[in-house]
Design a protein around this ligand. Structure first.
Ligand code: BF8
Ligand code: SF4
Length: 658
């Protein structure tokens, strides 16, 4: 039967029941989504492996690997672009241009935060103020800013100026590199990858990859590492640190996730994108009594705010605002017919939401001068008058409530989660407020109850089943006593699967990990925030090294990273700074340098000798998890703690001691 075929098809597209229902509704309503387009638009087989260059007007030049037979050296010599660029050069250039794209996105976000931070400190951005004094003072100490008798705002002005200067710095090294273990800093100096300025390294990628400049793949990839470190230990870290000071450092908070958080009788506003600058104000505006009254006057029972993608993570972590979904659910949320407005800023916003919205009553509102979409209403975010922008947006949504059609279906699925595990919070939870440290984590890794730590992060990708890779990989890791820290769309997928409540430890984690989670009262999967907050994972790794017993560099730790459903250039930049910081990192879906076995070999093998961390590619999430576990075990062995796991018996005495 035709209908049954469609049902089976929808089921193969996501593991999430709510999403499947909305994929089916979209089909009934004649709405075209990314799930449909992924069927009709097949990836270019040459581009997908990094073998297509269009860096000049003589191209595009395609240098696919010869099919079937071994290539002779003479044949290989001929397989070049018009300018003579080899497949190695082309693959490496494409790869580091992805790093440049990702590092730019994160860093430009960080710059925006720094600018607002400075404006707030100077009293030029009404509505914003320093929320976390303790973190402000800590950062002042880190950056050598005088504290003395000075006011918070005076200190913050200095901090804002120093952070902003990091972007355009021309020489020396980024200041936050000092937060890394000493040995790591030496590796960066030895390999020539300590970034001078955040912007400079990105510009240099664009220059080196222009026709006829750097044509040695090793040298190209080195610059990729340098720019990526400028993202992780620069732009992203600045974004996280200053956002925490302005909006508060996250602490454990209960939240709900999935499309079921939409309310049938309320004005539904979804905030989607990445910067919390405006969304913080929308959270406040939506709670104002006048706004709630206005909503009631239009027949709604209230205003229901929820988030999508990384904005969702930001406002969940700080305010417990519900999450409607991750990247592949943005069109599906509109398909419910119950969303009055989707408010977007920057990054990971599908242009198609405007077309999907045309089939319902939803208003798409763009807010960033950098991120406009034809057909969307633009209400520009003015940081000097943020509350006015926020009120205008909320009012637009309320006014749209009476336009709702009757074709409404909100899936009932929603799950609870505990989020808010910033680096500082993990520190307090483990060590206590007066003795904050990672000591208990290190001890439990050393005694073998916890095997190691994995950072599983990144996107959804319409080329693979929605959320399957995320959830399977994470379940396999915790089952094998690996504690997982997560951000971005992986965090949302894990929450939807019920992995982020303390009870998940007993249900899914191995005995050792479960016993520690139960003793501390934490889930086996810890939500650390949005994608810029991967910098929190770097801080956690540095803290583990500092607390001792697990070697003296991040590359000594029994840790690994992964992005099983990656798609964005930001994921490549994140993966590259994980690797450059000494972490073994596995990506799923596809791998963008397979067109050059030499480049791939270099990233997967030789990088380990240079950085202690290296890339890997494995589309099967369970196999990927086992590659990570193998690496963790290799590190345990090198530390001489591999025997400890065999001794762990978990008798009552040990449980009591915990
Ligand atoms: O920065 S995980 S799909 S939403 S890129 Fe985008 Fe990927 Fe989601 Fe956040 Ni991160
Ligand atoms: Fe072709 Fe070289 Fe131009 Fe690239 S830079 S498009 S390989 S001629």
């Amino acid at each position: 039967m035709k209908g049954e075929g469609k049902m089976a098809e929808a089921k193969s597209k996501s593991i999430d029941a709510a999403s499947i229902k909305m994929i089916e509704k979209a089909a009934r309503d004649g709405v075209n989504t990314a799930f449909d387009r992924a069927e009709t638009m097949k990836p270019c087989p040459i581009g997908v492996v990094g073998s297509c260059c269009k860096h000049c007007g003589m191209g595009p030049c395609r240098v696919p690997l010869p099919k079937g037979k071994e290539e002779t050296p003479e044949e290989k010599l001929k397989r070049r672009g018009i300018c003579g660029a080899t497949a190695e050069t082309i693959a490496a250039r494409n790869f580091i241009r992805m790093v440049a794209g990702g590092a730019s996105a994160h860093s430009d976000h960080g710059r925006g935060v720094a600018e607002l931070f400075l404006a707030a400190a100077k009293g030029e951005a009404s509505g914003y103020e320093i929320k976390d004094e303790q973190k402000l003072l800590q950062l002042a100490l880190d950056l050598g800013v005088e504290i003395g008798e000075r006011s918070n705002n005076e200190i913050a002005v200095d901090i804002g100026e120093i952070c902003l200067a990091e972007f355009g710095k021309q020489a020396g090294e980024l200041l936050f590199l000092r937060r890394a273990p000493l040995k790591r800093q030496e590796v960066w100096q030895r390999e020539g990858v300590a970034p001078r300025g955040i912007d400079r390294e990105i510009v240099e990628i664009m220059h080196r990859t222009h026709i006829g400049v750097d044509q040695d793949y090793r040298s190209l990839l080195r610059q990729g590492v340098r720019a990526a470190i400028g993202d992780g230990w620069g732009g992203s870290m600045i974004a996280t640190e200053l956002q925490d000071i302005l909006f508060g450092t996250p602490t454990p908070v209960l939240g709900k996730v999935n499309l079921g958080v939409l309310e049938k009788d309320q004005v539904n506003i979804i905030i989607h994108g990445h910067e919390p600058l405006l969304s913080e104000m929308i959270v406040a505006a939506a709670q104002e009594p006048e706004m709630v009254e206005l909503a009631k006057s239009k027949g709604a029972s209230g205003i229901n705010l929820s988030g999508m993608c990384c904005t969702a993570n930001e406002i969940l972590m700080r305010h417990g605002v519900a999450i409607a979904g991750n990247f592949l659910q943005q069109e599906l949320a509109i398909t419910t017919g119950a969303v009055e407005a989707m408010v977007v800023d920057i990054q990971c916003i599908m242009q198609s939401i405007v077309t999907v919205a045309e089939c319902y009553h939803t208003k798409i509102i763009t807010t960033a001068p950098k991120g406009r979409i034809p057909g969307a209403r633009h209400i520009e975010f003015d940081e000097h008058n943020a509350m006015a922008s926020a009120r205008a947006i909320v009012k637009t949504a309320i006014d749209n409530f009476p336009n709702r059609g009757s074709n409404i279906e909100i899936p009932e699925e929603q799950t609870y989660q505990v989020a808010g595990f910033s680096h500082e919070t993990i520190n307090y939870l483990l060590g206590g407020v007066y003795r904050a440290s990672y000591r208990p984590l290190n001890d439990n890794i050393i005694n073998g109850r916890i095997r190691g730590l994995a950072g599983v992060v990144g996107c959804n990708n319409a080329r693979v089943q929605h959320n399957y890779g995320h959830v399977e990989m994470v379940k396999e890791l915790i089952k094998n006593d690996v504690v997982v820290v997560t951000t971005g769309c992986n965090a949302i997928a894990c929450a939807m699967a019920g992995l982020m409540v303390p009870e998940a430890a007993a249900q899914y984690a191995g005995e050792g990990l479960a016993s520690v989670c139960e003793a501390v009262g934490i889930p086996p999967v810890l939500h650390m925030g949005s994608c810029v907050d991967n910098s929190r994972i770097l801080m956690a790794a540095a803290a583990m090294v500092k607390d001792g017993g697990l070697g003296d560099d991040i590359s000594d730790l029994p840790v690994a990273g992964a992005a099983p459903e990656w798609m964005s250039e930001k994921a490549i930049s994140i993966g590259q700074y994980f690797v450059g910081s000494g972490v073994f990192t596995v990506f799923g879906v596809n791998w963008p340098t397979l067109g050059s076995p030499e480049v791939t070999e270099f990233l997967f093998k030789e990088f380990e000798n240079m950085y202690g961390g290296m890339w890997a590619f494995e589309p099967d999430p369970i196999k990927g998890a086992h590659m990570m576990i193998e690496h963790i075990d290799k590190k345990r062995k090198a530390l001489g703690i591999d025997k400890a796991r065999e001794r762990v018996l978990f008798d009552m005495a040990m449980r009591r001691e915990l």
